[in-house]
Design a protein around this ligand. Structure first.
Ligand code: PLP
Length: 364
């Protein structure tokens, strides 16, 4: 980096692009992907109610969004039966992770995470001059005891856990999370990333809480709600911790139409149920394809399957994401991704309008 006007910290950061998006990969390849499954988006898309709400709000985008996101916070509070003061809303979990690091991690302080897990937090830690302590997976699962032990030994300020995890897809039950919390030192906040929480089996997510100062929960409308491009996520925690976000967030950083869409999506739980059922069916099908091709798929509570390709030699966390997947398996997996099932068939009761209008989205 040659420009000496950068801060010393920014000048020291590697000039890497953390995520190469599917669009960049398509431009590099010179053709579109046959199936877009590498970014863990939901091919089912949002509830038609959410689409309608966003369309209705589109004409209003000359107005900034309500910086308090009052309607969505109120709707989330009613949905989860928690006080609105225990909820902060921002543009996806990725944004909330950055704010969390900014609020809690001074230069040189430690954040504990799992080596190879979802990496956004790591970029924020580097960006704010924090120090990362990484704990390897144990038996292909995040190692709760190892993470807590490292938080104690390194006097960590944050412990990050994605539950269910990306890329492994595995999960810990709520009881295990609570046991880990009990062992967490006072100086450390557990940041529980529940991006895939809606897909997880009952008993995975501890009840949302407004009293527990040891824990910050992060959820999103990007995954099961099918609204990744809208950028809406939320944090839940003790109101004093949640109020901290107001000190550092971009108060006008939310998209007005996206907020309206999220309120409508939350109100259409039958759509969500249909997506979850159809996703489970597609996940099982992918596991069958893997096993028919001699690959063991890891148990998954997400909308992707992780396969160990060769012992000790690289992993694949989405059939289209890994060039090392054999060609015949890639073809099978792509076909399955194009036939994600229809929430209609999953007992949902309505066919998504977007599937009707856009033939490219229609299951073939
Ligand atoms: C574990 C995990 N957390 C967060 C995100 C990003 O969430 P958001 O779209 O709300 O920023 C992802 C996206 O893949 C993820 O896998």
């Amino acid at each position: 980096m040659s420009d000496d006007r950068f801060t010393p910290l920014a000048a020291r950061l590697p000039a890497t692009v953390p995520f190469v998006g599917p669009e960049a990969a398509e431009r590099a390849m010179g053709r579109p992907f046959a199936a877009r499954i590498g970014a863990n988006e939901s091919v089912f898309g949002p509830s038609p109610d959410a689409v309608r709400a966003m369309m209705a709000a589109a004409g209003e985008v000359w107005k900034y969004a309500d910086p308090e996101a009052h309607d969505l916070r109120t709707a989330l509070a009613a949905h989860h039966r928690i006080p609105p003061e225990s909820i902060a809303i921002d543009a996806g979990i990725d944004t909330l992770l950055g704010l969390t690091v900014r609020l809690f991690v001074a230069p040189g302080e430690t954040v504990v995470t799992t080596q190879g897990t979802y990496p956004t937090l790591n970029y924020h830690v580097a960006g704010y001059g924090g120090r990362l302590a990484e704990v390897p997976y144990r038996n292909d699962r995040t190692d709760l005891d190892g993470l807590v032990g490292r938080a104690q030994s390194d006097r960590a300020k944050l412990l990050y856990l994605a539950n269910p995890d990306n890329p492994m897809g595995g999960w810990h039950e709520a009881g295990e999370i609570m046991t880990a919390l009990d062992a967490l030192p006072d100086h450390c906040l557990m940041v529980l990333d529940e991006a895939y929480g809606e897909f997880a089996p009952p008993g995975t997510l501890p009840p949302l809480d407004a009293e527990d100062r040891r824990l910050l929960r992060l959820r999103t409308f990007s995954k099961a709600y099918g609204m990744a491009g809208a950028r809406v996520g939320y944090a839940n925690g003790h109101p004093e911790i949640v109020a901290g976000f107001d000190k550092v967030r971009n108060h006008f950083g939310m998209n007005r139409a996206a907020l309206a869409g999220a309120v409508a999506a939350l109100g259409d739980q039958s759509w969500l149920d249909g997506v979850v059922v159809s996703t489970a069916a597609a996940r099982d099908r992918i596991a069958e394809i893997a096993s028919a091709n001699g690959l063991a798929a890891q148990p998954s509570a997400t909308q992707f399957r992780h396969r160990r390709l060769r012992q000790g030699r690289g992993f694949c966390d989405g059939p289209a994401r890994c060039a090392r997947v054999p060609r015949h398996l890639r073809a099978d997996a792509l076909r399955t991704a194009r036939e994600p099932g229809d929430p209609h068939r999953g007992g949902h009761g309505r066919r998504p309008r977007s599937f009707r209008r856009n033939p490219a989205r229609r299951p073939r």
